[in-house]
Design a binder for this molecule. Sequence first.
Ligand code: URA
Length: 424
Amino acid sequence: MNMINIIEKKKNKERLTKEELTYAVMGYVNEQIPDYQMSSLLMAIVLNGMTQEEILDLTDIMIKSGDQLDLSSIEGVKVDKHSTGGIGDKTTIAVLPLVASAKVKCAKMSGRGLGFTGGTIDKLESIPGFQTKLEFSQFMKEVNTIGLALMSQTGNLCPADKKIYALRDVTATTESIPLIASSIMSKKIASGADKIVIDVKVGNGALMKTLEDAKLLAKTMIEIGKHYQKEVVCLLTNMEQPLGYTIGNRLEVEEAIALLKGEKSDSDFKELVISLATYMVHLGRNIDINQAHEEVVKQLDTKAGFHKLLEFIEMQGGRNFSNEHLKAREIYAPISGYIKKIYAEKLGTLVKEIGGGRENLQDQIDYEVGVVLNKKVGDFIQAGELLLTVYENKKIKKEEEYLACFEITEEKVEPLPLIYEIIK
Ligand code: URA
C-alpha cells in the first residue's frame, strides 16, 4: 500500500477501503505521512466526497486513534451537546445548568476557539480562577455531585482528528460534509455520552452556508450515531447574524448569567437555550417534548438553573468578575432604517483581531474585549441612535470597520427565523 495510490484513487472518485483509510490516517498521526500528502488526500475528499461506508470507516479510525472515555460510573443517561460553531454562541454556559437542574447529567468536553468563532473553554476561562483542565476522576466526581462538569479536551481524545483538523484549517479543506461529520462524531462518541443534541448552524457566520448542506450534514451525523447506538437530534439554526447581543469572552459569559438570572428579556439566544435544553431533557429523561419544555422553563423561572450555574462555577474554582469593564466606545447609526444584515463572520473576525480570539493556538486572549449589539436584524433604528458598544484594549479598529458589518435599509425587514428544522 502507498499514499500516492490512495490519493490517486480518491482523485479518480473511487471508494477507499478501511485498510487504505487506516494507512493514511494512522500514518499521518504517526508522522510517517507528510502534511503535503495528507492535504492532497483531504482536498480530493473535499472535491469528490465519500460514501456513507467510507465516512463510517473514517469515524471509527479516528475514535480508535486515542482514548475513549468510560462514563459508566455516572448513573443514568448522559446527554451531550455540540454546536458546529458560530458567532456569539454561548449557549453551553446557560444550557448545561438548566439541564442539570432538570435532573439530567451532563459530562461535557469542549474546545477552544480558532478562527472567527469562539470556544466555550475560552469563554469560561474569562471567569477569574475558573479551571478547565480537570483530572478525569475530578470530572466524574463533579458530575456525580452536582450533575454537570465541563473540561477541555484531554490530550489523547481523537488525536487523529486533532491533527487533521489543524491541517484542514490551513489548507482550505474545512468545508466538507464527510470531514466535518466524522470529525464531530468521532469526538462525541469517544467522549462517552449516550445521547447527543447537535446545533447545526446555517448562514454567513457558519461553516454550512445553505440549508440543503446543513440537512445533509445533520443526516450524515445521525447515521453515524445510529451505527454506535447513540441517539442524535440535530437542530438546524440561523447563523445569518450573531446569536444574542454580545460577542467577546467575558461579555458572553455575562449574557449567559443574565439570562439565567432572569434579567434578560426575550432574545434569539434565550429561545435557542430553551430549545436545546428541552431536547436534552427529552432525551435524557425519556419524557414527552412538551413536558421537557415545561421542566426547562421551570428551571429558568425559579432560578434553579442560575443556582446550578453558581454551583458549577464555584466547583471549578471560579470567582466573581471585577466590577470594572474596559472603557466603552459607542457607535451610532449613520442613517435611519431597518437592520437588514449583520455580517456575523466579519464582526466575529473584528472581535478576534482586537484580541478576543487567536490567530495561532499559542496566542494570549484578551478576555475583556468585545462588542455589544443594540439592534438585531428586523429592528428599526434612528440616525444617531446607538448601534453597538465596543470594548477595546490594546488594539483599536476604525468606526467604519464596525459599520461595514451592518446593512440598514428603508424597506421594512422581517426578523430572521431562529430554528429552521429539527432532524432526528
Ligand atoms: N467542528 C469540529 O469539531 N470539526 C469540524 O470539522 C467542524 C466543526
